[in-house]
Design a protein around this ligand. Sequence first.
Ligand code: SAH
Ligand code: SF4
Ligand code: F3S
Length: 457
Amino acid sequence: MKQKRVHIITMGCQMNVYDSEQMLRLLAPLNFRPTSQLHKADLIIINTCSIREKAEHKVYSLLGRLARMKRLRPDLMIGVGGCVAQQEGHRLFERAPHVDIVFGTFGLERLPSLVQQVNNQKKHIVDINPRGTSGLLCVTEPVFQTERATAFVTIMQGCDNFCTYCVVPYLRGREVSRKPEAILEEIRLLVKNGIREVTLIGQNVNSYGRKNGHGCNFPVLLEQVNDIEGLRRIRFTTSHPKDLSDQLINAFSRLDKLAAHIHLPVQSGSNRVLKRMNRGYTREDYLKKIAKLRSVRPDIAITSDIIVGFPGEETTDFEATVDLIQQVGFDSFFLFKYSDRPNVPAAKFSNKVPEAIKRKRFNRLSEIQGRFTLEKNKALVGTIQEVLVEGRSKKSHHQLTGRTPCNRSVNFSDCTARVGQVLPVRIVEAFSHSLLGSSVKGHEEYVGENGGISHAA
Ligand code: SAH
Ligand code: SF4
Ligand code: F3S
């Protein structure tokens, strides 16, 4: 079989990153190898996101560029997967007739057969059918394009929370937890292939196992992952504040591999807005959980997501968010301007916030956060951090890059370090988005903060 090249453009969240990797694995038996160069690809897949209006626009502007490529190379196969594909189905061909395959979020395992149908001259194939029985839940040998130390592992799909602004439950279906045995087997396989850090992913990992009753809840799963030999670090995302249990909070003091970082989206600091968002907690609940986390793990980094300009958000609501941000002192957060999404309840809410006010609120929060983040980064100057080496720095090829347990990027020089090693690095300078470090010599003897020898396993 002639070898072919596939290039996948991934947009959106970690689920899509993981799904794109699954696509590479599924296409390998058809003799497709990944290429990082668009013009060399025989098959281009866009794995799309629909979380905000802007994300959807990006898909169509990219498809416009690909239309020109397809005119020059009619053999080029183009697939559109992910959330916009799930949302639009056949309608996508009206705006982008040059697309060959539209496949949704539920049937990745059917992708190879869709590609074969195009090879057999079929046109405009759509598969947005519901979830199959295996799909993402099977474990296959990883396909890496470059040497890697970190990987995502899906532990659950879908979401049952129906926050009123959010399109995810409509595009990813109801919550389903993957079997613990499959998760553990996949992580062992990743570790065998050089991975040292896994991030367990799902829209609400805290409710893992609640519905499917695999006899295992999230803290118990974490414990089992913690026991995997050769694995150095565990992260997870996303946590829903309403389901953050004491058992999970305590895992931060009990599990030596669990990194000292939690991403805990708050969305708003106003109880009135939180209620209209259907988030299921109050600002007081949230602040209590933050205090508990910090009492269990004082060095924990806390990050969040915040939406400004939710319909009906008054100045007093916004000020409550400003106040919460100042009380918590997040290490950083992602800031979003609310946008209407198809068929979500909030799209029909009245009192939409004008764009100019959204922008003003956005700028005010990002200015406050910029100060906080820089201050927190500066506080790390002079400390020694355990850095997991991830590869060459994008800014300078002479430098390596890695992350601290608290999820800060550190660039540093060390000509002997390899991807996958955990090294002590002294922080010498702090910037808004990264740190500059200098490798501490004699790291063979360095005993990491978790009590383990910080050497590549
Ligand atoms: N399941 C995760 C993340 C979902 S999407 C969670 O519940 O936290 C990531 C973020 O996008 C959300 O946390 C929210 O802040 C933002 N978001 C979702 N829908 C949005 C919308 N319609 N407009 C603006 N931001 C949105
Ligand atoms: Fe969307 Fe809410 Fe589910 Fe997150 S928890 S994916 S914001 S519905
Ligand atoms: Fe986007 Fe779908 Fe993820 S809408 S954020 S890619 S679940």
